[in-house]
Design a protein around this ligand. Sequence first.
Ligand SMILES: Cc1ncc(COP(=O)(O)O)c(C=O)c1O
Ligand code: FES
Length: 482
Amino acid sequence: MLSLLRPLRSSSLRSPLARSARPLSSKDGASDSPTTMTFEKMATDKRYQATTDIHVPETAAPQAFSIQGEALAGKPAYLDAQATTPLDPRVLDHMLPHLLTGYGNPHSRTHEYGWDSEKAVELARGQVGRLIGADAKEVTFTSGATESNNMAIKGVARFYKKRKDHIITTQTEHKCVLDSCRVLEQEGFKVTYLPVQEQTGLVDLEELEAALTPQTSLVSVMAVNNEIGTIQPLKEIGALCRANKTFFHTDAAQMIGKVELDVHDLNIDLMSMSSHKVYGPKGVGALYVRRRPRVRLEAQMSGGGQERGLRSGTLPHPIIAGFGAACELAGQELAHDHEHISRLANKLKTEIHARIPQVVVNGGAGGVDGNGYIGCVNMSFAYVEGESLLMALKNVAVSSGSACTSASLEPSYVLRALGVGDELAHSSLRFGIGRFTTEQEIDFVVDLLDQHVTRLREMSPLWEMVQEGIDLSTIKWSQDAH
Ligand SMILES: Cc1ncc(COP(=O)(O)O)c(C=O)c1O
Ligand code: FES
């Protein structure tokens, strides 16, 4: 099983449970806490002996073990890193003790099981905080970025409702932000959905400034767009909000661990994060909530008052521990990941452009002019129908847009907001490159694209006309072309 895994940089895989040669730092945990304990150590510790005998069956292997580098061995190549990332085996290693023997309820105050789990949660809180320049107390755990976005937007709007009833966001936000705003509109709030600039997808700062009013309680603008990779000018947006006494929330699900960021430097008041986008487990995320100046929000979940009353419910400490470990690793690996991902993204783009004519990069992102996240490459293959291309690429896991909307045949609302025409939006694919993407996967995808784009274009009457030199814009169609 392990031979399929591309060896992690400077790590040696000695046990069936891959262990990094660079274990996560133990500075925050007690030396005998399951949080920091390695499997070698567990083997000699009475409390954990049973767990060392557990055989991890091949079928139970996490995604990270089975998919990476296997493009040529029957499994699809994975180029969908914006939808989700594989679990880093080092994260799994860190989580296992909490799933096996450290199963106490982190809110149980009367015994060691509870204390150990609580310690794991607090260690993770510090790890998440450190990655974004925040204090651990400013980190609230949630089930993911969807919940964090709901909590931030509805929570702030409802808390300040008596004095302020206006919210600003953009047209290219994730569905969970847009839907939260729609719910608030139904409650009587006013919402401004700012357009973005053509091609780049950037917010126009002057338009934002003009939209801010004394009634604006919150501005919510995503950090990195999940479809086109656009990185918004967070610092400038934060400064405008601060000057207007408006809170600034950003959905940073696609940014944390990939692009360096500091919540103080960027004037961010609330920030949503997701573990499964940074090689952590699914089902966990966090909301950063600034303490000074203090941001207040109405809790969206009633119950036992956990997380300082902001988010009731028993904390799932094994996946929280995994999220913390993933954040710590992301901080350590940032430069290496960036180097690896940009090399592969540039290879992908250069080879596609060299071999296939008439390909457009959407969003000005994908590293083309420096305003996008390089690991998200969105391209339109003119004169090719996107769905047919996706079908032809069944040995490649790619997406025609966001994961949530990939079941719909509608062209992406994000691309439409950029001014991309329906035809080109229909022919777009998003390639997501990550820490575990291999060069063979890129080669494999480029070969397939070359083969199938050429084949599909040969079947297209439009492509034939373009080849004959006919200017399609001069043609009078008897009815709408699609
Ligand atoms: C920008 C953005 N926000 C929010 C989410 C939702 O995150 P989660 O799956 O953690 O709820 C995603 C995931 O696709 C995303 O890309
Ligand atoms: S999961 Fe990413 S768009 Fe929904």
